[in-house]
Design a protein around this ligand. Sequence first.
Ligand SMILES: NC(=O)c1ccc[n+]([C@@H]2O[C@H](COP(=O)([O-])OP(=O)(O)OC[C@H]3O[C@@H](n4cnc5c(N)ncnc54)[C@H](O)[C@@H]3O)[C@@H](O)[C@H]2O)c1
Ligand SMILES: O=C(O)C[C@H](O)C(=O)O
Ligand SMILES: [Mg+2]
Length: 445
Amino acid sequence: MRSEHSTGDIAKCLRLMLYDKPGHLARVATEIGNQNVRIGDIRLIRSGRTHSTRELVIFVSCEDQLEDVIDALTLLEGVIVEDVFDLVQAIHKGGKIATKSRVDINTISDVRKIYTPGVAAICKDIEQRPELAYQYTAIPNQVAIVTNGTAILGLGDIGAVAGMPVMEGKAALFDRLVGVSGVPILIQNHDPQVIIDTVRNIAPTFGAIKLEDIKAPECFEIEDTLDGELDIPVLHDDQHGTAVVVLASLLNATRFSGLMLRKSVVGVIGLGAAGMGISKLLTSYGVSGLIGTDLDADACKRFESIGGRACSLTDVMRDSHIVIATTGCPQLIKPEMVRKGSVILALSNPNPEIEPELAVESGAAFAADGKSVNNALAFPGLFRGALNIRATRINDKMKIAAAQTIAKCAEENELVPGLLHPEVHQAVTAAVERAGLESGAIKPW
Ligand SMILES: NC(=O)c1ccc[n+]([C@@H]2O[C@H](COP(=O)([O-])OP(=O)(O)OC[C@H]3O[C@@H](n4cnc5c(N)ncnc54)[C@H](O)[C@@H]3O)[C@@H](O)[C@H]2O)c1
Ligand SMILES: O=C(O)C[C@H](O)C(=O)O
Ligand SMILES: [Mg+2]
């Protein structure tokens, strides 16, 4: 019987002991399908004489649906549900990152070279010529990922420690995609001055600073002050990484739909960190028809100070060719609000303001959510490129070059390429290096 639940994206793993005879696995799969549940990987764990054990990944929408699947399987002859576990929890056990040695330590002579007394000579060399730290330490490849936990995804102020899994995720992507060592720094404090002082004091450890999930308006003061004071790049990913990937997707969306981006009315819903970062980069790119809305009057004022026009949510939805939502409010955009032929980027994570499929069913020409239009397409190459040329900052020319490159890497009819596209991060790195060198974003040594 078909379940009343929708198909979901919570990944669970079932460990099943099954009769090992032809067709039995198919019956199990059919029963799971009858519950409106998709199946992912299937792995053979143990093969016995009469029974085998398999692990099946399934995607459910809620715990009740999982219970329905288990109940249905339990009723099938020759099926024993041995275990059920949550794949997301499983992958987080022990954390996702670690600091590892890059050198072999096999003999005591190795120890004397990498550690005391040999290391002292390197320390003295760096004392004499500080720039040698860029040759003889990990500093130029390390990026601090700094949060105070005030805007973790769209979950709000859940605290810095609760945000650690996101910071570890960003660090894991840094390593995997561009070989940068990302180091989470959790600062449990709301006072912008404390964040500024802390980051300034630890900055010598790093080649760059990535601010993450710090809410508006504090994020603006923190970034502006640190950017002015430090001679390494300081970039708030939620503002600028997001802006780059939005610009990339709009370059493609307007190409596909025949709109002219610079002449389009772009409506921004949610004028916090992401909304303002996006608005500033679009303005710098030459978009002049920016309208926007926020529940907070000060956020609207800030938007107007950069040339946007604040109005109501209804006005934004009615008047915009392109709508970009960054509010953290799932389902804020109702189907009846969607303007025919518009482009809708509902970017809040973990859940968008409107599901892209629903937006398209409701008349949008293109729609995407924050899982695909995600700043992880931008930040690895932005930082890798800046570190490679020892840039002192990541300027708008570098951001626009990154966006144009991401847009070019997309396949026909894709707004942006997949995150694991083999070339995108290398291509963005090269574009950022070029734009940084051409625009003088480097410090003379
Ligand atoms: N896809 C991506 O790459 C990406 C990147 C950054 C942020 N985001 C998402 O964007 C959302 C916001 O993040 P942020 O860092 O900008 O947070 P933020 O707290 O700085 O800003 C959120 C803003 O939305 C406004 N807002 C809240 N509810 C609203 C409503 N109903 N109508 C109008 N405005 C409303 C708030 O007043 C605030 O100004 C989060 O869900 C986050 O996951 C996505
Ligand atoms: O973390 C993400 O997936 C993107 C972005 O930085 C966000 O805060 O939502
Ligand atoms: Mg973020």
